[in-house]
Design a protein around this ligand. Sequence first.
Ligand code: SAM
Ligand code: SF4
Length: 329
Amino acid sequence: MPLDRFGREIDYLRISLTDHCNLRCVYCMPLEGITYAPSEDLLQPAEIERVAAAAAAVGFRRVRLTGGEPTLRRDIVEIVARIASVEGIADIAMTTNGLRLPELGRPLVAAGLRRVNLHIDSLHPERLPQVMRWATLAAVHAGIAAAEDAGLSPIKINSVMTRGHNEEDAVDLAALTLARPWHVRFIELMPLGGGECAQLSRERLVPTAETRARIEAALGRLTPVPAMHPSDEARLFKLAGAAGIVGFISPVSEPFCGTCNRMRLTADGRFHLCLLHDDELDVRAALRRGADCEEIGGILLRAVGAKPTGHALAEGVEPLQRWMHHVGG
Ligand code: SAM
Ligand code: SF4
């Protein structure tokens, strides 16, 4: 397994498939002025498979597909099938807003997808579209139902708390775990990408401690439960008698760089060394001039070797240049 210079075992590749999205969440994509990578720059299914094979050859074991919205790729089922065919990749998961799962859930499972992290910021029919612009609560619910029907398990749900929009909804969202075996994970806002979204993310951060206190005041004590995986970025808890798990992902108030095990591949073919730094290493040029598995693996190992650690979000550092929907969340 590849080790970086801080001794971290890096075996998890997050592949962004597109910077496009069918939603415009307030903290992620502005309504106007978005720039996209030219479509000819996006990695094609066979190129993604070559990177996955090279990653497996140097010791990577898990892949997550993300974006933007990964299900907008017309070739999404082929991409999953190609990655699933790579020997050594033991687990393929996807982070998605779920809106396209009613059509795609079963074909994706048949192609080899194992798990999804879905995204719901509110259970309130009017507040949800204020945060997840262009979504409806009914469409989001249909996505979760489709994921369950298709056999994707466990269902993990990401909720980003945004002050003035949905911080009160943490209680209803956490209460979902009482009856269902879902993991509901509350994520702190990160100021990515510059512009209005980064500004909003700085101004509307709701610290984990506040979300946790709100949930405990309404639903009772959250008891810690052990992490499922040592590099899980979420700290996990249970409500008394609950079927599911409440998680907190706190990149601002409690950075988890020390246990980071991931490398990111952007939709336009660059290894992005850390979500919270702008450093990247191009792999698309090598793919397109016919580099073999060993050379691609060598670029990936160089990226692992250069991975940084630490960030200063809590001190209000300048936002990053790359947007979340470009890098892959
Ligand atoms: N479109 C898919 C989705 O929404 O799940 C996948 C990509 S999205 C960038 C992945 C996750 O990042 C979502 O749970 C989203 O809420 C979260 N996210 C987006 N912008 C964020 C920000 N500025 N800070 C924290 N989380 C953010
Ligand atoms: Fe799209 Fe996901 Fe960003 Fe929302 S968080 S705009 S669903 S990429």
